[in-house]
Design a protein around this ligand. Sequence first.
Ligand code: EPZ
Length: 416
Amino acid sequence: MAKFFINGKNRLCGEVEMDTAKNALLPILAGCIMVEGKVTLEKATAYTDVEAMCDILRALGGVAQRKGDDLEIDCSSLDKCELSHELASPVRSSIFTLGPLLARLGKAKVAYPGGCDIGLRPIDIHLSSLRQLGCKIVEKNGYIYAEKGKPLTREVFLSFQSVGATENIMMFCALLPGESKIYNSAKEPEIVDLARFLSCCGAKIEGAGTDVITITGVERLEGCKYRAISDRIECGTFLIAAAMTGGEVKLENAVSKHNSALIEKLKTCGCFIKEGDNEIFLSAPKRLESFVDVETAVYPGFPTDLQPQIVALASIAKGCSLVFENVFENRFNYVGELLKMGCDIRFKSSICIIRGKDKIFGADVVSTDLRGGAALVLAGLACEGYTTISRVEFIDRGYFHLEDKLAQLGADIKRI
Ligand code: EPZ
């Protein structure tokens, strides 16, 4: 099992380009199930979760092959509707295949999804919405058995602005004759990107990015060439890394309006930030002020996927900071590893209290999940001395060659 080995305290300086968004590529790959033709996803970053979704498409009878930086997908001959536990359980995004399989083939047998251990991660909103849209769904022996039926309604209201449920339902309705509406839909940029991709293939979708999405079903979807948006969580992670090391960086292929909530907090901490068209410049002070408090929320609120990283930042900022995790019920597992580095953090249910230290120290730590692992990397960059981080396979799920990009900015980090 690979590890990261970090010698801390180097300032991050220079330029680096952000990759395409993991959480846009994953639902788009699921959407390819509905497309009868070739789809070229340009510069589709080879995150391990993206590769897992390609394996899922192949198991269903689709073709997925890498052509340099691009992914060529062709699900014209896709004819299987069963997804095994082995293929579904490693990733959360396997559940995104349910809506597309029902739309394309009228039935599906999909094992429960997996994903980072940050809470129960139920799929009740996905299933209740599909049932309202006429699907017959039975959950048995760890599988979801589903069949398309006569819709009871064409309007569904999501009890929570679930990203995945919005994506699943939007895809299912894309081939459902007539007009459907999703109320209280999630508004993340990745939802807008998925809608844009589906529209590129011929779908008729209005309102993505707002809390009411209207979909008018079409007969079939055709292939296209598409490039997904850049990864706002990678971008936020690099902004925080530069801030924590007193650095000065320019991030290219970075959309500042997708990170407004974080940028506002980093300015409070004393960072100078210049937002360009498709780039962000950050220059950090030697020691950060406290951002006082952060509450994670659905977009455009502060993203839960940057919560571990901002806790790491607070660990070395001045004063005391509060972080409220309002989206997932168990997203502080990584804190125990930060304590090994001398951080002063305590949490109770969804509230985390961090007292900033002027020094933290390298240690041997273990990644608990994707973004928790990223937080350990950021802390290691700010530590005195050496840090080893094991279970980096969690980090590889959502960062591509993270160590090379950080080294490009001057970090002393290598994969061993
Ligand atoms: C997506 O997960 C992302 N994953 C997550 O990113 C991200 O943290 C999350 O959205 C929130 O932004 C992908 O896109 C692959 P949700 P998803 O449905 O769709 C509850 C990362 O690090 N809920 O919006 O699973 C759920 O338990 C990952 O890149 C239900 O109760 O998130 C959670 O508390 C981690 N019932 C809340 O809603 C449901 O049916 C948000 O979940 C669905 C969700």
